[in-house]
Every structure is written in C-alpha cells, then in structure tokens.
Design a binder for this molecule. Sequence first.
Ligand code: HEC
Length: 283
Amino acid sequence: MHLRGFLAGLCVLAFSAAASAQGTEEWPKLDVRGLARAAGLSTVEAVIAEDPVYGGEKRYRGLPLEDMLAAIPKVEDLARRGALVTFHAADGYLATMDLARALRSGGVLATNDLDALPGRTWVPIEQGGRTVSPAPLYLVWPAAESDDPRYVWPYQIQTIEVKPFAAQYGAAVPDFEADAGNEAGHEAVRRGFEHMRVRCLTCHSVNLVGGDLGPELNVPMNVTEYWKPEMLPRYVRDAPSFHARSKMPSFRATLSEAEIDDILAYLRFMTDRKVCGTVAPCE
Ligand code: HEC
C-alpha cells in the first residue's frame, strides 16, 4: 500500500478534531505512533555515513518522510509560507525544522535498524547514563551532513505537526515594542532567541512554549532570578560537569561564550514578559 493513501484519512481526522475542539486556528498534526507496525507500506533502505546518534555508519529501513508530509492538506502552500515542521518525541523532546527543506531532502522515518541483532528491531541508544529505544520512528537524512543544524534527527517520534513560525514560537518570541530606547541590547536578545530556539527549546520551554524534557526556564520564576549570575553561563556551557547523569548535553563544542551570553541576555529579557507567574497563575 502507498503511504500517502494510508495517511490521508488519518491526517484529516486529526486536523478537524483539533480545530473544532479549540475554535481557534489549528494546524495539521499527524499521529504516527502506529505507523511502524502498519502492514504492507512500501519502505526504502537508508545508508547513513556518520550517524549523529549512534556514531559511525548505519543502515535502516523506513518510510520516506516526503510521502508522509504529502498527506497533509495544502502542504506545499504551507511550505511556501515558510511553515515549520515539528517532531514530538515520547520523552518531551521537540525537533523543529523548515518544512520546505523537510519536503525535498530525502529524509527517512526509520522503522528498523538493519544492524540490530537477529530478531530485534533496534539497537538501544545511550542517553544520559541510561539506554533507550528509538522506537517507533527515528528520522534520518542519507543526503545531509550529520552536523548540519538545518536538519534534525529526533527518535521516539510520536506526532508530526506543521505550523507557521509565529504559531510555533508565539509567547517565546522577544517582543521589543514596549522597550523602545534600548535598541543596542535588542540585537543580543534577538541572537540569543535564535540560539535558544535551535539548541534549547527542543527540551525546555520559555513562557510554556517548547519541549518538556527539561524544566521551563521563565515561569513562574526565570532561571536568571534564582541562579548565581557567575554560575549560570558555566552551567549552560557544560551541565554534565554539574550533574552526573545529566540529560542536558554539554555545549562546549557547539556554543561559544559570546553565544551563551546572548542566550542569557534573551532569558533576562523574558523575565519582564511572563505569560503567567507574576501576572496570572500558571496552573
Ligand atoms: C536534551 C535536552 C536538553 C537540551 C538540548 C538543553 N537542556 Fe537544559 N536541561 C535539561 C534537563 C533535563 C535539565 C534538568 C537537569 C539535568 O537533568 O541535568 C536541564 C537544566 C537546565 C537549567 C537549570 C534549570 C534550573 O532550574 O536549575 C538551565 C538554566 C538550562 N537547562 C538551560 C539550557 C539552555 C540555555 C540550553 C540551550 C543552550 C539547554 N538547557 C539545552 C535538558 C536539556
């Protein structure tokens, strides 16, 4: 069976149910938890030269991502309008990338690791001192460099959502309107938000926007309100040197001190722009 046909019904269902429940503008969301077990879908093989999760060369079997995205109504229009696609993992991790890029880069939603032991579907992943299974789906890119930040490699994928930038990041976007006269500081805040978006909102939320593998960083209390100022940049740079078995990775190799200063400028800026806590209850 072709994936597109299988998904068409599934997607439209999720779409209309969400819209009528909220009465607001809603965006397409695919529940893909059952996909790995769905019988008879045509699959492809993916060879990855340098797998960012396992390291080294890997081979998988899986479903073409573009076939799945093509099941979303008006997906090409959404891509032209600059929409983003977000992959939600079982552990609260969110991975977001440009929808247009995701539609035409040969991504594969792996359902099987071809290097697994006989009779097994997956090789377990080492994560913060534990081992986890990437099931049901792990997104891989045979044609992309594993360290290219424009591509995301999430595993344990449960749902896939398509949204324009403003709907995706809403209350976490720094709003400079009520802050005229301080333009010099805005550049650092703007850069900090961009680093935060790519590196941190996968696991953390700000104003309840983002992943929930790690704690919310702004409401009701902003981290910069209770951390010692000299310790916070050291922590962000290298959390595993503070917490054994930390689920937060080290950023020593990927973020400079200046980039971390920008992230902290953004977090401090958001202290006066809480969606709840000082202005309204969070629960
Ligand atoms: C893979 C998930 C993950 C990523 C990515 C991540 N964090 Fe974390 N972070 C966590 C977890 C989980 C904790 C809780 C402590 C722990 O497990 O070590 C944490 C803790 C923190 C804390 C301490 C919170 C507190 O109240 O004490 C701060 C600050 C923080 N992270 C900031 C960041 C920033 C800034 C980035 C991006 C540069 C980032 N994190 C990226 C998972 C993550």
